[in-house]
Ligand binder design. Structure first.
Ligand code: PBG
Length: 328
């Protein structure tokens, strides 16, 4: 087809025309702010590799959750840091665990804020893996997939009983969405949606998060349960499985190095897609901005826009509150 008289520049002539033909809009409505919560009172411990982010005690977290809501950010996601870790990650699902307490406090004090909770063992296990580890001879190990499912279901229940509006399993065990759906439905929580980390890559971009959540694996790596960055068809199978098991929102993680995956998942399934602009992506912008190598605000907003344009309906990002301020 030929378009003999089309001149793209005509539509770029001034800001009003650009606004009229703009295809993607970014707003605070699209953003989800992650928070790290730890035991104690009046704790606000800076995470050095993620400037502007903190490990917060519940009282401090409530203040920041209030700020997020005031800025128009519709949802936050909570990661817990326990007072002690053990091989089974007990602190993650015991009664009154740190995330349950934080959830309850926020739901009591902050209206109109959706609380999503991360469901995974790695922050709570002393070995730092996302599931129950079975050691084999010669230092090798395997993850006991099915034993892990039970613990994840317990964790999810403890969060929604405390008032969580949504759970987000990030462990990548097989069958976890079905296991969580069953546990929620069986306990009167059939209205609670599941945001599945459906396409989670074994990525080096999680580095700063592992400092933030104090969760680096003590041996081995996560390649037996996270996806190989070379693969894209595999994502379709992972997402299909999660949707079949009951996922309401499917996530792609990380975001920027995987924009093609976000696009593909959105095209293929037409489901709500969340993208996780992970710690490494965030920290690289901060580091470059500190050296005045890039314009932080412009670069960050361009990145978020690209993630949206690729097909994400929502973005989990550590700059959610800053971006909401910039977009106001
Ligand atoms: C695992 C989990 C991770 C992140 C979120 N949930 C880390 C991992 O798999 O190692 C990373 C998020 C980020 O880097 O911002 N529970």
């Amino acid at each position: 087809m030929r378009y003999p008289i089309y001149r793209p520049r005509r539509l770029r002539a001034n800001e009003n025309i650009r606004r009229m033909v703009r295809e993607t809009a970014l707003s605070p409505d699209d953003l989800i702010m992650p928070f790290f919560v730890r035991p104690g009172r009046a704790v606000r411990k800076a995470i050095s590799s993620m400037p502007g982010n903190y490990q917060l005690s519940v009282d401090e977290l409530v203040k920041d959750a209030r700020k997020a809501a005031d800025l128009g950010v519709p949802a936050i996601i909570l990661f817990g840091i326990p007072s002690k870790k053990d091989p089974a990650g007990t602190e993650g699902y015991k009664k009154n665990n740190i995330v349950a307490r934080a959830t309850k406090a926020i739901k009591d004090k902050v209206d109109d804020l959706v609380v999503i909770t991360d469901v995974c063992l790695c922050e709570y296990t002393d070995h730092g893996h996302c599931g129950v580890v079975r050691k084999k001879k010669g230092g090798d190990f395997t993850i006991d997939n099915d034993a892990t499912l039970e613990l994840l279901a317990k964790m999810a229940l403890s969060h929604v009983e405390a008032g969580a509006d949504m759970v987000a399993p990030s462990d990548m065990m097989d069958g976890r969405i079905g296991a969580l759906r069953e546990a929620l439905d069986g306990n009167g929580f059939s209205e609670i949606p599941i945001m599945a980390y459906a396409a989670k890559y074994a990525s080096a971009f999680y580095g700063p998060f592992r400092e933030a959540a104090e969760s680096p694996p003590q041996f081995g790596d996560r390649r037996s349960y996270q996806m190989d960055p070379s693969n894209s068809d595999e994502v379709i199978r992972e997402v299909a499985l999660d949707i079949e098991e009951g996922a309401d929102i499917v996530m792609v993680k990380p975001a920027l190095p995987y924009l093609d995956i976000i696009f593909r998942v959105k095209q293929e399934f037409g489901y709500p897609v969340a993208a996780y602009n992970v710690s490494g992506e965030f920290s690289m912008v901060k580091a470059a901005a500190e050296r005045d190598w890039v314009d932080e605000k412009k670069v960050a907003l361009e990145m978020l826009m690209s993630i949206k344009r690729a097909g994400a309906d929502m973005i989990l990002t550590y700059c959610a509150m800053e971006a909401a301020r910039w977009l106001a």
